[in-house]
Design a protein around this ligand. Structure first.
Ligand code: OOG
Ligand code: NI
Length: 461
């Protein structure tokens, strides 16, 4: 339960997300332009589509759309990762999911810190995709040791930020004043540093080993590398970007456009080249970009397996080239292959492919209903179901985003080596399994509705 002496973690998260967005807008002005396009497109979609607007209102999601965004950071050491877990916990964010990206040629493994539970997500769904560098995958032992030494010597958190994390843990929260201070101090960790931590020569060696390694090791902190607003029409925003002088990535990642969106579609604009000072020697680094996403229904393990299978089939037919030369062919192959994924809610439910949330329609008097079968109550219009929105990420899409912003030449062969146990040991906690979580939301919503209709009382959460 929330303690009145303390700022609510959801509020701290909202403040932090707004502060991060303001900072990123000054650091990467094209992100501000992208925000404007997204907001115009979202307004247009809502004005033209009363049904969608009503559905979002009904499920209490309209307010969150314009607030909604995720970001991404890349960390260098286990100690940085475990402190990051404690930092995000102060704002009600927990690690959900494990993503191994070695399979896709990127030497990291990752989780997403995000709010868990309906109320917190509605309040503010801000999340951060957080990767940990796999130094063990650098072949050159000398370079690996040098990188390790550089990383071990840096401190990415301000002393006051560390004190405030301790304080929040000891007291069970932060007062309003402490929370404001915490937001300002935590933000420092995510700021861009034009002064590199390494010489131009070492930067080049790291860069030659993998661009991502240079990005993580060469700087004083894990600069936020992108922020991503949610759009209601991603294809429209993708088309509009060039008109505003922004170069989009070649193809939209994820499933094709559908009547009933599933999972997550994402696209980004190319990273900027930024001036960097390597010990007095001027140079540049390319890492930071902007991204947009469109979220659809969360899929069950069965639905996800079908998605993965269809995506693999598509990529066997046509692998999207970074320069966009086969973008049309890829989008056509994607659309054709995904014809095998049913695009109506009844079929998705019958085949057990997606998760649904149950709610009351307002028909009938709570406590007066004798029918207890949820299916019968649904058929008789006492209950309604809506798709549960996917709040997580997709490894193949993430790899596509990494690659388009690290350069097409950056994909390397690594032996796929998922190591969730190691990741969790470094994190200092286990990650929540996203499928279990969605299943629980679905089950609890159904039980709660039936209990209210039949007894008049809300079931304990
Ligand atoms: C993270 C890429 C993953 C997404 O939206 O899938 C990601 C990174 O580039 O560090 O943010
Ligand atoms: Ni992203």
């Amino acid at each position: 339960m929330t303690d009145p002496r303390f700022a609510h973690p959801d509020d701290i998260r909202s403040r932090f997300s707004a502060a991060m967005s303001a900072m990123y807008r000054t650091e990467v002005p094209a992100y501000g332009t992208l925000m404007q396009i997204v907001s115009d497109v979202n307004d247009g979609v809502l004005a033209a589509n009363a049904g969608l607007k009503a559905d979002l209102e009904n499920t209490d999601q309209l307010a969150r759309i314009s607030e909604e965004r995720h970001g991404a950071i890349r960390l260098g050491t286990p100690a940085e990762l475990s402190t990051m877990r404690r930092l995000f916990a102060v704002m009600g964010m927990a690690p959900v999911g494990y993503y191994d990206l070695t399979e896709a040629g990127v030497p990291v493994h990752s989780t997403a810190f995000r709010p868990v539970g309906e109320a917190a997500l509605r309040r503010n769904p801000f999340r951060v995709f957080t990767s940990l560098l796999r130094l063990d995958l650098i072949e050159d032992a000398d370079l690996r040791d040098t990188a390790q030494t550089v990383l071990d010597a840096r401190q990415i958190y301000t002393p006051r930020c560390l004190e405030l994390i301790d304080l929040a843990e000891q007291n069970g929260g932060l007062t309003e004043t402490e929370a404001d201070e915490f937001v300002a101090e935590a933000l420092e960790t995510f700021r861009w540093h034009p002064e590199a931590n390494v010489s131009a020569d070492l930067y080049k060696q790291l860069h030659d080993a993998h661009r991502l390694i240079a990005d993580v090791v060469s700087f004083r902190g894990p600069h936020i590398n992108h922020l991503t607003p949610r759009t209601l029409d991603i294809d429209r925003v993708q088309d509009l970007m060039p008109e505003y002088g922004i170069a989009p990535k070649a193809v939209v990642e994820g499933p094709p456009r559908r009547e009933h969106p599933i999972l997550l579609r994402q696209t980004s604009f190319k990273a900027l080249s930024e001036a960097v000072n390597f010990d007095g020697i001027p140079g540049s680094h390319t890492a930071r970009f902007g991204e947009i996403e469109a979220r659809g229904q969360a899929l069950t393990p069965k639905g996800r397996a079908l998605y993965d299978q269809l995506l693999t089939e598509t990529r066997q037919k046509c692998l999207p080239a970074g320069d966009g030369s086969n973008a049309d062919a890829y989008m056509t192959a994607l659309q054709d292959t995904f014809a095998a994924f049913p695009d109506d809610l009844a079929a998705i439910r019958e085949q057990g492919l997606g998760y649904f949330e149950w709610s009351l329609t307002g028909k009938g008097t709570a406590g007066q209903i004798t029918e207890t079968d949820p299916e019968a109550l649904l058929a008789a219009d006492y209950l309604r179901i809506d798709p549960i929105i996917y709040e997580d990420f997709l490894p193949v899409s993430a790899a596509g985003i990494f690659q388009s912003n690290l350069g097409d030449d950056s994909a390397q062969e690594f032996t796929a080596s998922p190591n969730q146990q190691r990741f969790e040991a470094d994190l200092g906690a286990t990650v929540l399994n996203e499928f279990d979580h969605y299943q629980q939301i679905e089950d609890q919503s159904r039980i709660r509705c039936v209990t209210i209709l039949t007894t008049g009382a809300a079931a304990a959460e």
